[in-house]
Design a protein around this ligand. Structure first.
Ligand SMILES: *[C@@H]1O[C@H](CO)[C@@H](O)[C@H](O)[C@H]1NC(C)=O
Ligand SMILES: *[C@@H]1O[C@H](CO)[C@@H](O)[C@H](O)[C@H]1NC(C)=O
Ligand SMILES: *[C@@H]1O[C@H](CO)[C@@H](O)[C@H](O)[C@H]1NC(C)=O
Ligand SMILES: *[C@@H]1O[C@H](CO)[C@@H](O)[C@H](O)[C@H]1NC(C)=O
Ligand SMILES: *[C@@H]1O[C@H](CO)[C@@H](O)[C@H](O)[C@H]1NC(C)=O
Ligand SMILES: *[C@@H]1O[C@H](CO)[C@@H](O)[C@H](O)[C@H]1NC(C)=O
Ligand SMILES: *[C@@H]1O[C@H](CO)[C@@H](O)[C@H](O)[C@H]1NC(C)=O
Length: 880
């Protein structure tokens, strides 16, 4: 197996076996709602979407509809082209030109989730810009003169609204749509989907009978000594934000049973400092036995990820999340906490401060005090009234800030902060209203621009206009790109596990997307113990995904510059389209902040080099070596000619040829050379050159051009490595032995190739096979790239070598078998015909003729110079 790494692996296996059963959180549906109606509007019959049954609203027996007589009836519309989002419930709609009521009978009394789903698009002759309407539920105004298009958020095509409304037992829930014909003559209303789902009575509302007057109520922010705010059932709420801090989005079907949707806080809400996202270690579970909260409060996963600034921060900071809300409403803010870091066990371990809407909400927040212990989840609720921060402004910003405890304030063992989740609800006002104004027709802007625009001048209007134009163009092109990409079939081995429409612009539909939390869980937070390789682009970890079922190699690229991210995504786009038996498969990727991570199939037996030298693995027999080389050659040939692109690997070497448990060779690291060095950091250069110097095509730095034949040269070096079982370059040895290529070439010219052969192979290679193999290697190493064979030729020559190895030279030579792109001849002419003519180069001890020898064995300055040349070459995109 891994030779020296074996003890490490077995230790890992032990830990893994111990934790395997409890490794991933199973989906716990801890609440089963009595009412769970999902209605697909403008649809007849039943439809299944992500395991949920949606009933059509046409002729359904489950509820009734009320249309006033003698007015224009509602219209059913099905989209003729598939929506860019989930088909159910978005491919059909009901359109109202006058008042229309859905009346839902309910099985139980109590608070309900009421969810409205809109897909603002043009439905035949109903142009979306004419839709304008109000919605009421019982006596509450939910939406007023609602223009759904204005509520679309960046990169999303649908608008969903969630309300909480109490319905007395035996009462119906009446949901009424009214087109705003007074405001707009052609106004119409529309709806695609409606959900009515029960919830536990006191999940969010206050229990009036509660005897617990201590700390568990809703704290009025800014009124430290006031009694708790009572959230009464007579209020309706609108859910504005529900966020899994530091973790992935949690889709409705993975909620605790109420189909709530949890977003990720990335980018959208977290504005300063971008603290680390943390996740609990392998196999940890929250402790619900202490009854701090009921098990259905939030998915367990929410409590096992968090953001934390780092233990013992010395600078002052405010980790800040910003949420846009309507002014002149009271909001309930629920903060979820769970201390899972092993350091934080006792009272006073981590004390910090919480500000909500710039007002101190907690001056000594100690999660352990609230929860009574590590891994015990807890939440704290706050009520805050948002006045208008600026004159005549309907939209204001509700901030949540976590500040390190000021030194003089109190004693804490760790100057750090933590937050696991946030929910924000708008509370209906005295006139039973929840509706705010439509957002301005301007996409959300970076905050600085926002702040400078409190006095509206002509200039800002122009800027705003330009911004709208530019952003709409950008948005249009992004949407176009997304639509275009959706059409292409996903070629990644595993399907996307990410929800469509989730908050990410990354190409998750091309390839599986992993959250940083999943990657951290798979590698125990990048524990060094799991490192199986260190490459020029960063470390490679072994990890397990899919509940520990699948071993993977996780390549974590060293954080580079911002511009590296586009390269990275392009690379994934390309790599995910390459599938070949002899290429290592890309399973997925993760991109979170500065993290750029690729996830590959794990190769059990490691690299080819580990079976040649430098390890105590048993040497491989000759035939097996040929088989491995043949596989690798086929993989490279696919890269060169088989795929749509002509991809130059750029870094062919014995450590980039990996072996699976059946000894099948897989080429790895292809395409990535483009990603790594864009950061232009010196570490990339030196590591890259150090790892690959002995393999470099001399034309590479002479003509500064990289071609497919550069890979052939490098493969030639690998052929010699396999034959001779030694590295391409050895320092501090006899000068004419330092370079593998020159050493073998010289002896081959003298007819003494057999003196270079690996001592373990002595006598096991037939002379014909050795001769043929030597010719193949030398032709690959030809100084003139045009004279080298193509990879297709190499495949053919290796197949023939296999036959010669069996001493079966009568078999006719067949040529390459996988000629996807059919290159002409299996062998280049001079290779088959004239034995000597391809070896043009003769070693010259003086070194004057051979720039390669002098530079490689030359001074470190000279080597640095080559590195510079090589590096500028790599920086050049896709040189052919
Ligand atoms: C709704 O908003 C869109 C986008 O700004 C606008 O084009 C449309 O005219 C608006 N519709 C109405 C009825 O105001
Ligand atoms: C809902 O509408 C029905 C029929 O108009 C009416 O009888 C019922 O009182 C309404 N319920 C509520 C809570 O308004
Ligand atoms: C709605 O308002 C009407 C009149 O204002 C009142 O009679 C009725 O009880 C209210 N219904 C609810 C559910 O509050
Ligand atoms: C509160 O207690 C009273 C009297 O015990 C009971 O009638 C009422 O139903 C309780 N309310 C709730 C919301 O449980
Ligand atoms: C943090 O500070 C405490 C007290 O100064 C110290 O005991 C602890 O080792 C520090 N931890 C880290 C991770 O630096
Ligand atoms: C954090 O924000 C609060 C509220 O705005 C403010 O009082 C405090 O000074 C800020 N702290 C830092 C370090 O910026
Ligand atoms: C549960 O609570 C009890 C008392 O409230 C406490 O003694 C115990 O340590 C708690 N359990 C855990 C695991 O913290």
């Amino acid at each position: 197996m891994y030779g020296t790494e074996a003890p490490m692996i077995s230790l890992y296996m032990l830990i893994f076996l111990l934790l395997q059963l409890s490794f991933r959180m199973p989906l716990v549906i801890s609440y089963n709602p009595v009412d769970k109606l999902a209605v697909s509007c403008g649809y007849s019959g039943n439809a299944n979407q992500r395991g949920r049954n949606w009933v059509g609203d046409i002729d359904s027996k489950l509820f009734s509809t009320i249309e006033p007589q003698n007015v224009q009836p509602s219209i059913i519309k099905a989209l003729t082209t598939p929506p860019s989002v989930d088909v159910v419930p978005y491919d059909s709609a009901r359109i109202f030109r006058s008042q229309f009521t859905y009346s839902f009978p309910l099985k139980s009394g109590g608070p309900k989730f009421l969810r409205l789903h809109f897909y603002p698009t043009t439905y035949d002759n109903f142009e979306i810009y004419n839709s304008l309407f109000s919605v009421t539920a019982d006596n509450f105004t939910l939406l007023k003169d609602f223009n759904a298009s204005l509520w679309l958020r960046d990169g999303e095509d649908t608008v969903s609204k969630e309300y909480l409304i109490n319905v007395e037992a035996g009462q119906r829930l009446n949901l009424t749509f009214v087109p705003s014909t007074k405001q707009h003559q052609d106004a119409y209303a529309f709806i695609n989907g409606i959900e009515v789902v029960s919830m536990p009575p006191f999940l969010y509302y206050s229990d009036p009978n509660s005897t617990d007057q201590s700390d568990n109520g809703i704290h009025l922010v800014g009124y430290a000594y006031s009694s708790p705010y009572q959230l009464e059932l007579s209020r309706a709420l609108e859910t504005l934000y529900r966020v899994n801090v530091g973790g992935r989005p949690i889709p409705p079907e993975q909620d605790t049973g109420m189909f709530r949707n949890w977003e990720s806080d990335d980018d959208r809400y977290l504005v300063t400092h971008r603290p680390r996202s943390q996740s609990a270690g392998f196999g940890l579970h929250v402790n619900l036995k202490n009854n701090t909260i009921p098990d259905y409060t939030a998915p367990e996963e929410l409590y096992l990820t968090s953001r934390s600034y780092g233990m013992n921060a010395t600078e002052n900071y405010n980790v800040t999340w910003l949420f846009d809300v309507d002014s002149k409403f009271t909001y309930m803010v629920r903060l979820h906490f769970c201390e899972f870091e092993p350091e934080v066990q006792n009272l006073g371990d981590r004390i910090f401060q919480i500000f909500i809407a710039e007002t101190m909400a907690e001056d000594k927040a100690d999660v352990i005090e609230w929860s009574t212990g590590n891994l015990i989840p807890v939440h704290r609720d706050y009520a805050v009234f948002m006045s208008d921060q600026r004159e005549n402004s309907n939209k204001v910003t509700l901030s949540i800030k976590l500040q390190r405890l000021p030194i003089q304030r109190a004693k804490t063992n760790y100057y750090n902060v933590i937050l696991n989740g946030v929910e924000i609800f708008k509370i209906s006002d005295e006139s039973q209203n929840l509706a705010g104004s439509n957002p301005d027709p301007m996409p959300p802007q970076p905050k600085p621009f926002y702040q400078s625009s409190n006095k509206s001048s002509k200039k800002t209007i122009i800027v705003a206009f330009l911004t709208v134009v530019v952003s709409s163009l950008l948005l249009a092109s992004v949407i176009g790109l997304i639509l275009f990409r959706r059409k292409r079939s996903s070629s990644c081995r595993k399907g996307s596990t990410k929800k469509e429409g989730a908050s990410s612009s990354l190409p998750s539909h091309l390839c599986r997307y992993f959250t940083i939390a999943e990657i951290r869980a798979a590698t125990n937070n990048f524990d060094d113990v799991f490192i199986v390789g260190v490459g020029g682009f960063g470390n490679v970890y072994k990890g397990y995904i899919d509940d520990g079922a699948t071993p993977v190699a996780i390549k974590r690229l060293k954080p580079g510059s911002q511009q590296g991210i586009n390269e990275f995504l392009n690379e994934i786009d390309m790599l995910s389209q390459l599938r070949h038996l002899h290429l290592v498969s890309l399973i997925g990727y993760c991109n979170d902040g500065v993290e750029m991570i690729l996830v590959y199939d794990f190769m059990q037996r490691g690299t080819l080099r580990e079976y040649l030298y430098g390890s105590d693995n048993n040497p491989l027999p000759w035939k097996q070596r040929l088989e491995i080389l043949l596989g690798a050659a086929r993989g490279l040939h696919y890269l060169h000619a088989g795929a749509k692109h002509n991809i130059i690997h750029r870094d062919v070497k014995s450590t980039n040829i990996l072996l699976d448990e059946k000894w099948v060779a897989k080429v790895s690291d292809f395409g990535l050379s483009k990603v790594g060095p864009t950061g232009m950091s010196t570490t990339h250069v030196s590591t890259f050159v150090k790892g690959s110097l002995g393999y470099l095509d001399p034309e590479y730095y002479k003509r500064q051009r990289l071609t497919l034949k550069s890979d052939v040269y490098s493969f030639g070096v690998v052929l010699l490595e396999v034959l001779c079982a030694r590295p391409p370059l050895i320092r501090n040895v006899d000068k004419h032995k330092a370079s593998l290529v020159d050493w073998v070439r010289k002896l081959n010219d003298q007819g003494k190739l057999d003196q270079t052969v690996d001592i373990f192979l002595k006598g096991s290679i037939t002379p014909e096979c050795l001769k043929w193999y030597g010719q193949l290697a030398m032709s690959c190493l030809h100084d003139d790239g045009n004279q080298r064979p193509s990879m297709n030729d190499v495949v053919g020559a290796l197949e023939f070598a296999m036959q010669l190895a069996e001493g079966d030279k009568d078999k006719s030579f067949g040529g390459a078998q996988d000629k996807e792109k059919g290159e002409e001849s299996p062998l280049i002419p001079q290779f088959t015909s004239d034995e000597g003519s391809d070896v043009l180069f003769t070693s010259d001890e003086s070194g004057t003729k051979d720039s390669r020898v002098t530079t490689i064995s030359g001074s470190s300055e000279e080597r640095a110079m080559i590195s510079g040349l090589v590096f500028s070459e790599i920086g050049d995109p896709r040189a052919r």
